[in-house]
Design a protein around this ligand. Structure first.
Ligand SMILES: [Cu+2]
Length: 168
């Protein structure tokens, strides 16, 4: 997690938007893989208000569908699923959309994401309403993700071995 956070902080590309008490920082988007018709966006959503807010939907014109997703572990396998209720942004706090966790998912992207493209995404909050964000595509972040997935895979393999998995 520390690695991800420092990478996000070091990123020179970021988007910010403000509507009511919501601010979006360190936003970037990637395509899931060079051939996958899907992509994802990550960012830090800050709530400067005195009441919790809820990100309830995301929409964009870059893909057939734009959904709020999270990752879950099922039988030791990382999977994604849609989060119906969205994400809570705590009062005077923030919620991070990050690799391997909550994210905005683009399903059925119209055109391959190119480095430097700016995606126009609308985030809909229960209280703050619609917040328009411009999210730069940063494909350099994709290799970081692959490296991390690999590490995670190695870790889970070690974990299994420690606890004696079934022989094949
Ligand atoms: Cu997803």
């Amino acid at each position: 997690m520390k690695t991800i956070l420092s990478l996000a902080a070091a990123a020179t590309l970021f988007a910010s938007a403000a509507a009511a008490d919501i601010e979006v920082h360190h936003a970037y988007a990637i395509q899931s893989s060079p051939v996958a018709p899907a992509g994802a966006a990550f960012m830090v959503i800050m709530n400067t208000g005195d009441a919790d807010d809820q990100l309830i939907a995301a929409s964009s014109d870059v893909s057939a569908r734009t959904e709020l997703h999270t990752h879950i572990m099922e039988d030791g396998v990382a999977k994604m699923r849609e989060v119906e209720g969205g994400f809570t942004i705590p009062a005077q706090g923030h919620h991070e959309l990050a690799r391997g966790a909550d994210h905005v998912m683009f399903l059925g992207i119209n055109e391959p994401f190119e480095d430097g493209d700016i995606l126009h995404v609308t985030l809909t909050f229960r209280d703050a309403g619609d917040v328009e964000v411009e999210i730069p595509v940063d494909l350099g972040q994709l290799s970081n993700m692959n490296a991390m997935s690999h590490d995670e895979m190695m870790e889970s393999e070690e974990h299994k071995m420690e606890h004696g998995s079934d022989s094949h």
